[in-house]
Ligand binder design. Structure first.
Ligand code: HEC
Ligand code: HEC
Length: 477
């Protein structure tokens, strides 16, 4: 199998000293709202915190929601669903027709390669190379239209005989912010450099956006939040004057379909999200996305000419409707295991919850809903995902140039906060936000701007004690 070797990334550490290709524009300072002061540091000045990102994370694996009962057929389907999630697909033609069809271009060979155990993706592999969990999306600056050659996503891998689209490295722009109690926090912001592009540079108008794989637990419940409940939280013109104006990500002019999944809520349903992952991330066709060539455009002739894995006994698809259904159910029913036990005591957690409310976090991280889950259940169930699933203007610090569907560069879907206890390790380290730039919960909060600036400033002005209580509370969710 021809696999172009991935160059060692200079992940969040600046380029190696022998590779002096820094573009002046790549090193801008990030102005952090009303941060008390900020300075620009050259990347590489702070190697120690970045090393945390390469530490092994705690192992976690999603389970079938125990509240769904112990039905033998469902349990069996769950095992099959999990095996599809973990299945390592191969390129066609192969001796295992049921598992071939990968590519011709792809980012990873299995769902689990990007969502390990169904959990949050990591930025780097154990050997220090960039993990496939981090993707580069592409689109025209003015309207997000696909790049005429490379499409909407950079596929960094390809089947034998087909050139991969290219690779990328990351640099970081570092900035410092000082909290009211004198604590100095260093923040890093990744910038992408593409290299080895198979058909030359991107179109001049094409811009990039980074996306890190989120965890896949609680997806069925999120899909079951009634549309009305989400619409009731929207306040696009900020009529209540609280400075927070979330909007539904309508995907059509008639306002019939809206997005729930992905960092910009571009996917309207769990089924669409999963089948799109087969299509764009792995190059596998499904009933919803039947093109066996995945993301390869008409101009990528070597890709179009490669063999596909679609065969008549499998509905002319690479992943049949039955397999897709079983996988969808597995994802819908996935929950995180209980634990780990919070390190803080109950009083501290309660105090943290109060700080969360006082800071105004709940204006977007909406605590809970009563839903019908599983669908058709007689009893309503209460869930606490801490999201309104709406788009918010999060300010310049988090903004990128890429527009996805109707979501502007500054707009992001409120990230659900349930499961944060598994997204960060025992030292509170992890890779948070859409591009994994935040190494811990405090950094994630300090990146909040735009509509969330007052909440961010509230946290920057807390006493060390209250701030720690807030972080303990969030790490227990
Ligand atoms: C190459 C890496 C990669 C692969 C392979 C991959 N994903 Fe993802 N997944 C992502 C990224 C990145 C996102 C965020 C996408 C976005 O923001 O639009 C995501 C988002 C999701 C979400 C939505 C989560 C949320 O909170 O909105 C689900 C569900 C999901 N993936 C399931 C799957 C399934 C099922 C498969 C296999 C069929 C799969 N993924 C394969 C990278 C991957
Ligand atoms: C105006 C809406 C809004 C407010 C207010 C807000 N957030 Fe967020 N939050 C978001 C959005 C949107 C994201 C995702 C941003 C991104 O990834 O670029 C996010 C992401 C996060 C994350 C990272 C989650 C992850 O999985 O990566 C944490 C932690 C967080 N918020 C905590 C808080 C806390 C604590 C507060 C209150 C001090 C707060 N937020 C206030 C909208 C908001």
């Amino acid at each position: 199998m021809h696999r172009p070797s991935r160059p060692k990334p200079s992940l969040f550490r600046g380029r190696p000293a022998n590779e002096d290709r820094r573009s002046p524009s790549g090193w801008g300072a990030v102005i952090l709202g009303s941060a008390i002061f900020f300075t620009v540091l050259t990347a590489g000045a702070l190697l120690a915190p970045a090393d945390e990102a390469t530490k092994p994370r705690r192992v976690v694996k999603v389970l079938r929601d125990p509240a769904l009962g112990d039905d033998a057929v469902a349990r069996m389907e769950n095992v099959i669903g999990q095996s599809i999630f973990e299945r390592i697909w191969v390129s066609a033609p192969s001796s295992t027709e049921a598992a071939d069809g990968l590519g011709p271009m792809f980012n990873a060979r299995s769902c689990a390669a990007c969502h390990p155990g169904g959990a949050h993706g990591t930025l780097v592999n154990k050997d220090g190379s960039l993990s496939p969990s981090l993707l580069v999306r592409l689109g025209a600056r003015k309207d997000g239209a696909a790049d005429p050659v490379y499409g909407r996503q950079l596929q960094t891998e390809a089947a034998r005989g087909v050139p991969r689209e290219g690779g990328f490295t990351l640099d970081d722009a570092l900035s410092q912010t000082k909290l009211a109690d004198g604590t100095i926090v260093t923040l890093r912001r990744p910038t992408v450099t593409l290299h080895d592009m198979a058909a030359g540079p991107l179109a001049p108008d094409t811009v990039t956006g980074l996306r890190l794989a989120p965890a896949i637990h609680g997806m069925g419940p999120l899909d079951s939040i009634p549309a009305k409940a989400i619409m009731a939280l929207a306040d696009p013109d900020d009529k209540d004057g609280d400075g927070v104006s979330g909007r539904v990500h309508w995907l059509d002019a008639e306002q019939k379909t809206f997005g729930r999944f992905g960092w910009k809520a571009i996917m309207p349903s769990l089924e669409a999200q999963n089948s799109h992952a087969f299509f764009a991330d792995m190059g596998l066709s499904t009933p919803l996305f039947p093109d066996a060539y995945g993301e390869c455009t008409a101009r990528q002739t070597a890709c179009r000419a490669a063999p596909s894995g679609a065969s008549p006994q499998f509905e002319d698809l690479e992943v049949t409707s039955t397999l897709v259904k079983v996988l969808d159910r597995f994802v819908a029913e996935a929950v995180l295991p209980a634990g780990p036990k919070p390190l803080a005591d109950a009083a501290t957690l309660e105090k943290g919850r109060a700080v969360f409310a006082a800071a105004g976090c709940q204006a977007c991280h909406h605590p809970g809903y009563d839903i019908e889950w599983p669908k058709g259940a007689a009893m309503k169930r209460h869930i606490s995902p801490y999201t309104d699933l709406l788009l918010h203007d999060m300010g310049d610090g988090l903004a990128e140039d890429l527009i996805e569907d109707q979501a502007e560069g500054r707009e992001w879907r409120t990230a659900p906060l349930w499961g944060l206890r598994w997204a960060v390790d025992h030292q509170g380290q992890g890779a948070l936000l859409h591009d994994g730039r935040a190494r811990n919960i405090l950094e994630a909060i300090l990146w909040h701007g735009g509509e969330a600036l007052p909440a961010r400033d509230h946290v920057a002005n807390l006493s060390a004690n209250d701030r720690q209580a807030l972080i303990s509370f969030l790490s227990s969710l």
